[in-house]
Design a protein around this ligand. Structure first.
Ligand code: COA
Length: 162
């Protein structure tokens, strides 16, 4: 009997085309506010991660000022989480920011987002600021995570060599 060789999965990260619908089910995993998601989709640039033609991840980059870009949203499909894809997306976002010539890349997350805080720090981000009550002020519904209320935004940054 002949055994079929297992084909390596093909993963690609590319820009969302103007003609494509953004992957809202993924974007809303990272940010429950459709209003905010739509706002930064309009102003920023959305990147998709496809595996064998299926969208499994997303991130959005938004210029804050000519020196600084922010990862406004990053998400991996639930069934595919914990396999290193999120880390690859963060690293690709950093690479793109460096290639464009930004001097800083930032990301904001919740005080209760413990896994995300671990991921970003493992990718080189350092905590630079806390915006107290950001989530309680800007989001109608209370966000509960890891048994905690998500209240404050923790801002992290990498100073890029350029
Ligand atoms: N302590 C220490 N390290 C932790 C950790 C913890 N509690 N939780 C995660 N990590 C580490 C993992 O060990 C891994 O690092 P390693 O490769 O050095 O071991 C890394 O963080 C995460 O790995 P990865 O598998 O690449 O993450 P992922 O594919 O699950 O993607 C998210 C991460 C956050 C994008 C994904 O979980 C997701 O889509 N979540 C929902 C949306 C979301 O919350 N987005 C972010 C909003 S701020």
């Amino acid at each position: 009997m002949q055994i079929e060789p297992v084909q390596p999965k093909h993963m690609e990260i590319r820009r969302l085309e103007n003609t494509e619908t953004p992957p809202y089910e993924l974007l809303l995993l990272a940010d429950p506010s459709l209003v905010l998601v739509d706002k930064y989709l309009k102003e920023g640039e959305c990147f998709l991660c496809e595996m064998d033609g299926e969208i499994i991840g997303v991130f959005v980059l938004l210029m804050l000022n000519p020196e600084t870009v922010e990862i406004k949203n990053i998400a991996v499909r639930e069934a595919m989480q914990g396999k290193g894809i999120g880390k690859q997306l963060v690293k690709e976002a950093i690479r793109i920011a460096e290639e464009i010539g930004y001097r800083k890349i930032e990301i904001g997350t919740g005080n209760s987002s413990l896994n995300q805080l671990a991921l970003y720090q493992k990718c080189g981000f350092r905590i630079v600021e806390i915006i107290h009550d950001f989530f309680t002020f800007h989001y109608k519904e209370e966000i509960l995570e890891n048994g905690m209320v998500c209240r404050d935004m923790i801002r992290l940054r990498i100073e890029l060599a350029s």
